[in-house]
Ligand binder design. Structure first.
Ligand code: SF4
Length: 268
């Protein structure tokens, strides 16, 4: 799943490749890890996919990590990267793809999980639009157990037409569940937030960014407050991710799920 980085990329190809592996400008994580890159569009939220835009810029560039553009590509050489990062990090898994894309073999996904379970000093954020496939995989792997607490599972949705993704997440054996409602392109309506620990909201950015109504965001914030769910407002969006800032009614909302970490927690 893709989020726009908020800084232009100015470094050389090889420095770029390294930065993509171990640092990020995404506000709510420390690092990205992409054992798979590339994807295909599945709903309106994908229309202006940042990962596609970024990857396709380098299609055909010899030796570049994105020489094949946004084609789905398994990268087994990256499978053990988190084991080499000794300091604990919050790691966004597959920021340039969707780990539960139907063309990724189960055996490969299992190897990604093997690493996450072994390198358990990190916290992993796994986000998908293929929510039923994610649920099925988690059921097979963890049965009726809740799943490891250092692995957070989320689904991405863009409006109230994709609430089935949230239901699939609620049915999955996950310790921490979150929603990424970005780009928010329509009202979500009434949300049943039972079992949901964290909600991220953001507006679209880029040259064809679709506008986000303030009342849609307020409605989600208020539902989170009512359900005591952590709320993170990432950005208003616009031409650039930072164009509109990230204050909602004069305040930055940067809550994280209540966890034994140094991050701020839902205290509202
Ligand atoms: S699922 Fe995510 S990575 Fe895949 S096309 Fe849609 S926005 Fe891009």
């Amino acid at each position: 799943m893709a989020w726009p980085a908020s800084r232009p990329v100015l470094c050389s190809l090889f420095v770029l490749a390294r930065k993509m592996a171990d640092s990020t400008a995404i506000e709510w994580t420390d690092a990205t890890w992409n054992p798979v890159t590339g994807c295909t569009k599945i709903s309106a939220g994908c229309d202006h996919c940042y990962a596609e835009r970024f990857s396709e810029r380098f299609r055909g560039t010899p030796g570049h990590p994105f020489e094949s553009g946004f084609d789905l590509t398994l990268r087994p050489e990256r499978l053990e990267q988190p084991l080499r990062w000794r300091q604990p990090r919050m790691i966004f898994v597959n920021s340039m793809s969707d780990l539960f894309h139907k063309e990724i073999p189960h055996e490969f996904i299992a190897r990604v999980f093997d690493t996450m379970e072994r390198a358990n000093w990190h916290t992993y954020q796994i986000l998908s639009k293929r929510s039923s496939l994610m649920r099925n995989f988690l059921r097979k792997r963890y049965g009726n157990a809740s799943g490891p607490m250092h692995m957070w599972f989320g689904v991405s949705m863009e409006d109230g037409t994709k609430l089935s993704r949230m239901r699939h997440l609620q049915e999955a054996p996950a310790g921490i569940r979150f929603l990424s409602i970005e780009p928010l392109i329509g009202p979500v309506g009434r949300l049943d937030l039972a079992g949901i620990d964290w909600v991220i909201v953001g507006g679209e950015s880029g040259p064809r960014a679709r506008p986000m109504d303030r009342d849609w965001v307020r409605d989600i914030r208020d539902q989170c407050k009512g359900a005591r769910v952590a709320f993170f407002f990432k950005q208003w969006g616009g031409l650039r991710p930072k164009s509109g800032g990230r204050k909602l009614d004069g305040k930055e909302w940067s809550q994280f799920p209540a966890m034994p970490t140094t991050y701020s927690t839902a205290a509202e």
